[in-house]
Write a new protein. Structure first.
Length: 225
């Protein structure tokens, strides 16, 4: 009984040229020379190029010079050979996410300054001697990102003496601190929340001395817990 069925079969067949090439690759160098001589003797259509020997000798004599010339030629190249306008299609140089009617607006780039840089700029606007200016810089350096001065005045006096070689006292540091507490943002340089609120209320009272602000100032100063 005969049955018909469909079957897929994958096979590889080598051409005679491929078989001959594989055989030549397996022959050592000495064997290849002998095989070439044998083919020349058996096949009268083959002939030996007499210039091959001269070319080999010339190549051996000028190997060093050729290597230098090749290296120099490899280093020298023309950029126009690689970047030719006709080789790059026009559609690859454009994007399709906008139409010709769209208006292109340049967005200006703004680089902001840090919180401590802002305080240092305001310190430079005040007329201070070199000693008080260095004290102000050191106080600003001890202000955290929330605007509070976490280090005590006595510790700042000691730090200035040991690290900056500046001999000062507590009263001088407090005077410079009062100048810094006038900077923007309002309340900067305060040592606690109560002092921060008093600084902000005092600034509002200078701009508009209302009774409600004066009452708020007394409540924060006398009864703040």
């Amino acid at each position: 009984m005969l049955n018909q069925r469909l079957q897929q079969k994958l096979s590889i067949k080598l051409s005679p040229q491929q078989i001959l090439l594989m055989k030549l690759l397996q022959i050592p160098t000495v064997g290849i020379e002998q095989r070439i001589k044998q083919e020349i003797e058996e096949n009268p259509a083959l002939d030996v190029d007499s210039n091959d020997g001269e070319r080999d000798n010339d190549a051996e004599d000028y190997d060093d010079y050729d290597d230098d010339e090749k290296m120099s030629k490899e280093d020298e190249f023309d950029l126009d050979d690689y970047l030719q306008e006709e080789d790059v299609p026009y559609y690859k140089l454009n994007t399709n996410n906008y139409s010709p009617d769209d208006k292109h607006k340049d967005i200006p780039f703004s680089s902001g300054i840090s919180f401590h840089e802002l305080l240092n700029e305001q310190l430079g606007l005040h007329i201070l001697d070199d000693n008080n200016y260095q004290i102000g810089l050191y106080i600003i350096g001890n202000i955290d990102d929330s605007g509070y001065l976490q280090r005590s005045i006595d510790s700042i006096v000691d730090d200035l003496a040991f690290t900056q070689n500046i001999n000062t006292n507590k009263e001088s540091v407090l005077k410079v601190l009062e100048i810094i507490q006038e900077f923007d943002p309002s309340g900067v340089g305060a040592r606690n929340l109560q002092e921060c609120l008093l600084i902000q209320l005092n600034r509002k009272m200078n701009d508009n001395p209302r009774e409600s602000l004066q009452l708020a100032f007394k409540i924060i100063k006398r009864f703040f817990n």
